[in-house]
Design a protein around this ligand. Sequence first.
Ligand code: MN
Length: 312
Amino acid sequence: MSIKAIQQAIKEYNTIIIHRHVRPDPDALGSQAGLRELIKASYPEKQVYVVGEDDPSLTFLVKMEKIDDSVYQNALVIICDTANTARIADERYSLGDKIIKIDHHPNVDPYGDIRWVDPTASSTSEMIYAFYLQAEGLTMNDAAARLLYGGIVGDTGRFLFPSTTNKTLQYAAELVTYDFDRTKLYDGIYNVKDNIARMRGYILQNFTLDNGLSVIKLKRDILDEYNISPLETGQLVGTLGEVEGILAWVFFIEEEDQIRVRLRSKGPVINGVAAKYNGGGHPLASGASIYSWEEADDVVEDLKETVLQYKL
Ligand SMILES: [Mn+2]
């Protein structure tokens, strides 16, 4: 069973390096750093590192560490919240002696020597808490609880999304018994800079709505006008979620060398469309990359069809 195998591997290695996906969100960082705190509290003699690029808007949660390539020698590498190897932040993960995948996205790329993938989990942070409960003799602490709670909150949209289960709420209830500042945590996750708020205003003024599908195209000029970096566009995609009549929506975001496609849905399963354009993700939240605005039109056609089928 994977939980046993994962704990066994953690016991065997003195150096453990934890990775997660590029462009981190609270769940990526919460599961990554929450697992580090859990391992450190349970096995104080071990060296545990978290790596990957920092996102300035999330460094209040945790800051990454700079480590030398040599640290990977005889190290255990654990990768959290990352469906496929192309999305792993810091490609040195492959230098590790053994690789473990812990994730809640569909297992399209079953990488790693040990895999624990549970698409029914709301978040990878929820899985890390389940790991703590089911493994033997582990120690939870305030720092780990804060990170895991933050990850669950982030991935469930504050317990709003249908991925939230009774287990999610039960774990959250247990996590808040630890000592951390919940208000400060929410402020950190949900405070937005004024440029993001103004960009949201633009989106709310300019989205289209046609038969349950909403489309928004953010081209380079408009992103520059609002001074939005590629990293910040992740904070925009939830904007249309509460508009009545929208079943699915898509953001096309023009970047240097690609157009990022961010898909969201309140019913129609849209990760098939993402997969068609070499992307992937969850049934109701996924993404892809395309390389022309003609291709964007193809994506819209496919989404129209998907929403139509759903409504039948
Ligand atoms: Mn996640």
